[in-house]
Each structure stands twice: as structure tokens, then as C-alpha cells.
Design a binder for this molecule. Structure first.
Ligand code: MN
Length: 149
């Protein structure tokens, strides 16, 4: 599950964690959103599912309120310890630029299928029920929004 993650990176040059599958020491699942100042600023949404962080790049600020729909492009799975990563990926490396944690907290999955993920987030900014749903426009293209209360 982490092959793509490893292929893209040279761990002698980047300070990002090396991909290793590991058991989480907690019964609670986590999410993280990293603000990533790469060529284009975007927000990387990562959800702990089956021992990895399933990941989506969100080009605009994540929806803190209902009524905002964001495009989310699925990217490669990341290792669980990536949730703690902050720093600068050096020039010339994949994803070069500054990474900062924008929000982090508990991820409570409610329903996970190939096409749809329903879940609850308990973070500092992201709080409530959320939906990720696959669109018909291109592989890896999802919509991400907060459900009405
Ligand atoms: Mn990114």
C-alpha cells in the first residue's frame, strides 16, 4: 500500500518519514490536514484507514461549515507517522515546499465504500459529519463537504 509513497521519494534527501506499515498503538483513528505550500498551495486531507493514511489533495481551504463543496484529488497512501510531519521538503524533491499541520484530531468512520466515505471529524477546526464522494469526472476525483447538522 505504500509502494507509491516510497517510489516518489528519496529519503536521503527529504525529511519525510520512510514508509513503513505499522500498527497504530491507539484504538482511535486519526485524521490530519496538512497545509502544503508546494507549487500550488493545497491542503492534504489524510484519514487513517486500514493501517495507512488514505490521502486527498484539496486545492482550496477545507470546509469548516456546511454548504461548501471542495474538490479532493486522491493521492498515494501515506504512512501513519506522516500525521506528525511538519517541515520543508527540499527543492527538487517530490512535493517541494513547506508542510504545516492545519488540523488534526479524531476520525470516526461511519461508512466506507469504493465510492463514498461517511465520517465524523473531531479536530480543532473540523468538527462534525463529513462526506467524501467520488465524482464521475476523472479517476481520483472526489467531492468533500460537511453535512448539515
Ligand atoms: Mn501535498
Amino acid at each position: 500500500m505504500l509502494e507509491k509513497y516510497k517510489e516518489k521519494r528519496d529519503f536521503t534527501k527529504t525529511g519525510e518519514p520512510e514508509g513503513r506499515l505499522e500498527e497504530s498503538d491507539s484504538k482511535e483513528n486519526i485524521f490530519v490536514i496538512q497545509e502544503h505550500h508546494a507549487r500550488n498551495l493545497h491542503y492534504d486531507l489524510r484519514l487513517e484507514i486500514e493501517g495507512v493514511l488514505k490521502s486527498w489533495a484539496v486545492p482550496k481551504e477545507p470546509p469548516e461549515k456546511p454548504g461548501i463543496k471542495r474538490l479532493a484529488i486522491q493521492t498515494e497512501d501515506h504512512p501513519l507517522n506522516y500525521a506528525d510531519f511538519e517541515g520543508t521538503i527540499p527543492q527538487g524533491q517530490y512535493g517541494a515546499g513547506k508542510v504545516k499541520i492545519w488540523d488534526k484530531g479524531r476520525f470516526i468512520p461511519e461508512k466506507i465504500t469504493e465510492k463514498e466515505i461517511l465520517f465524523r471529524l473531531e479536530g480543532r477546526r473540523m468538527k462534525g459529519d463529513y462526506v467524501l464522494v467520488k465524482t464521475r469526472f476523472g479517476k481520483g476525483s472526489w467531492l468533500f463537504f460537511k453535512k448539515k447538522e
